[in-house]
Design a binder for this molecule. Sequence first.
Ligand code: PMP
Length: 399
Amino acid sequence: MNARADFPFFTSPDAPVYLDNAATTQKPACVLDALRRFYTTTNSNVHRGAHRLSRAATEAHEAARSDVADFLGASSPREVLFTSGCTEGINLVAQTLARAGYVRAGDEVLVSTDAHHSNIVPWQMLCERVGAKVLPIPITPELQFDMSAYLSMLNERTRVVAVPVISNALGLRLPVEEITRAAHDVGALVLVDGAQSIAHEAVDVRQLGCDFFAFSGHKVYAPTGTGALWGREDLLESLPPWKGGGEMIRQVTFARTTYNCLPFKYEAGTPNICGNIMLAEALKYVRNLGLSAIHAHETALMHELCEGLQQLPGVQLLGGSAPRSSLVSIHVPDVHHYDLGTLLDQMDVAVRTGHHCCQPLMHALSITGTTRYSVALYNQSDDIQRALAATRKALRMLR
Ligand code: PMP
């Protein structure tokens, strides 16, 4: 796969070897073109106007929603709520469940130890409000999801289980389908955080079997400030709205307000119209390349990267030689991750260092952070070789 030419970012002579794709991705020309097209031909507010432009903007916006629904394998566009990103999607679920009284005093919410803060803190806020508890699901010594510990934690008090498909600090995939089945056996709901899987593996929310699936657009070649939350229609239908404002209402009087139908009930205010259209464009781009081709390309790059890193003296791959499709974190006991990242930056290699918004995981591993290399569909073997050479050199300089 050679898709780099689709990304204007890489035409700059100053473009680094970009291996920070788990944090955010570069954008293809078709997505950037969609912005210009929208603002030069269609710009208008949606839903409210009688004029032609408003109808065109509404049609484009709702067509984008259908495209997102198709990408996710949703049964209907009514199940797709546009959000500002994964974080907002998870907060939406936690807060509507709190408002609905679904989680009560004494209940338990299980969250995997390797979850991102955005899949921990909203649950803590919910639990604090109602007197429930967030319990971490442990990881095994190999840093995998501990299935037997999880199964033993499930009980009639478990109301929600929240896990990522792929952990953003370790790059390991969790057995989401099995996790979901077991949670449903005790009557708990499952929220799946797809932030790190959305650009790397095909998703079918019905096959995953979860109740909610959240992701951010900017991790999948769309702009920041975009994303979607998929939820089971019957649940979204029965839960209360969370933000109040225009669009989400059917009728407002000072005595009583009734709410709009799905999905608008959860979308107060003017949506990110152009951003949502760009999100659909990005998903179309990914779909045209094919997620299985992308997966094969990235898996080969990861194999080359992990093999190379493993040969560097003193470098530990978190999670050992477990398969990875998009990212790897390393720990070098005698070198601070920040120093390594800084030297790599000076050699024009962009990686991410730190706790990756996974402080509980770092605590469990007794480290302060890692150096994380993450690939996207536009990376090439040349990037991997340059990153490996720079890492080798940086480690020599730091010792
Ligand atoms: N979950 C995971 C696994 C992530 O990697 C991220 C982003 N680093 C998020 C959630 C939060 O995404 P955002 O900040 O785009 O809302």
